[in-house]
Ligand binder design. Sequence first.
Ligand SMILES: O=C(O)CCC(=O)C(=O)O
Ligand SMILES: [Fe+2]
Length: 251
Amino acid sequence: MKDGVRRFNEQAPEVKKQYYSRDFRREFVYTSNFDLYTSSAASWRDTFSCYMAPNPPKPQDLPAICRDVMLEYSKQAMSLGEFLFELISEALGLNPNHLKDIDCSKGLRMLCHYYPPCPEPDLTLGTTKHSDIAFLTVLLPDQIEGLQVLREGYWFDVPPVPGALIINLVTNDKFISSEHRVLANRATKARVSVGCFFTTGIRPNPRIYGPIRELVSENNPPKYREITVKELAAHRDAKGLDGSNLLHFKI
Ligand SMILES: O=C(O)CCC(=O)C(=O)O
Ligand SMILES: [Fe+2]
């Protein structure tokens, strides 16, 4: 999959240009800094993205150079995600199908990042501090380091482990969705990562989500108000990457 991201990004600008857009309603969007106009600094990275579920793109909407691998990889990520939702439901003391039954695994958005070597890495970041807004993220990182996670006020490097996937998720603060960032790339080769985000994003989805009713009580009251996935995604798009987007919905 990472080779596919590299192949796409290392094509001539004239070839990539046809996919470049800032209209995120398009099937396949290749862009640089989705938050260019809201963020205080530009990040040293390009990204292509696509919603792979529940309505997969038509194969012809994907660039031939990474089409097959995107379709196959997202299928595998979907099965892994469904399995993880079962485990997480059990870990929360719920029926194993609980999170699947409320459609947490319904939508899948793929974000493929390409971080070119940065000539002045102390002046910017690859990805600014944020927490993911999906129910669950399956991240395939690169062997080139850069990813850091915030823990008790300190930034810790996430060491690259060959073949490992990093899992991130959102709950009523039972499992905390970690804040993380990526440093600008100091290597001589581009850094690549692939995030599979379980979310329907800005696509229509009337379901209302909030802290799971079975888990809240007088002693453990809801910490967040109920919202739609679209509201959360629209908030993130308007505000850009900036710390925890969920905070805005905290009661
Ligand atoms: O590139 C990475 O390792 C992380 C990217 C990331 O945090 C994201 O896409 O939300
Ligand atoms: Fe992230």
